[in-house]
Design a protein around this ligand. Sequence first.
Ligand code: SAM
Length: 217
Amino acid sequence: MTTSLLARPIEAYAEQFTTAESKVLAALNRETNLKRGDAIMLSGHLQGAVLTMLSNMIRPARVLEIGTFTGYSAICLAQGLQPDGLLHTLEIDEELHDIAAGYIEAAGLRDKIVQHTGIASEIIPQLNETFDLVFIDADKLNYELYYDLVFDKVRPGGFIIADNVLYDGEVVLPEGQQSKNARAINGYNQKIKSDKRVEHLLLPVRDGLMIVRKLVG
Ligand SMILES: C[S@@+](CC[C@H](N)C(=O)[O-])C[C@H]1O[C@@H](n2cnc3c(N)ncnc32)[C@H](O)[C@@H]1O
């Protein structure tokens, strides 16, 4: 499938007219790209700016991120936290902890971001928090599970944002030609569409962000 990651020249143009990456985020982006073959997973400049803008609009007291990777989106989302706010971020790969921690410290967010290492579906039930904003960005097969696990922990009027909901454009292929992950993402999108408890917007930025606002208590 041709990439749906927003056509590169358009993305470059959009980046030119978007607030520049901070020095810390630019360094994290560079190091991740230099050292990791899976750097495509990092949100990057444009999507990161979208997350920062949304977080600044929501002004959350509590944020949950599922899928820290090297910490880029956690640092973006933490920008909008209220003064006493906290962001919990979950990551299964313990080798990523220190790289994310270093950049979180460099961004001055050590007291704002709590890193949890382990299996997200096991950690989420242990979090005794009410979230204003949840960002789902881990293994695609479990997006529906994560939605169900977090739903009751999100306050009415709160937001659940999921990344990669276009799955590189595969979601529009006939089902037989979709990968397992793309089918799971399609299942997630269908689940949101039929959930009367929320309103939702599929924003075709980068690989697609599904933004859900919880309507009910
Ligand atoms: C797409 S990356 C996250 C990117 C990051 N949010 C960003 O924008 O920079 C997905 C991350 O989820 C982690 N992950 C995958 N399965 C997980 C699980 N079951 N529990 C916790 N983390 C998981 C992966 O190790 C990977 O680092």
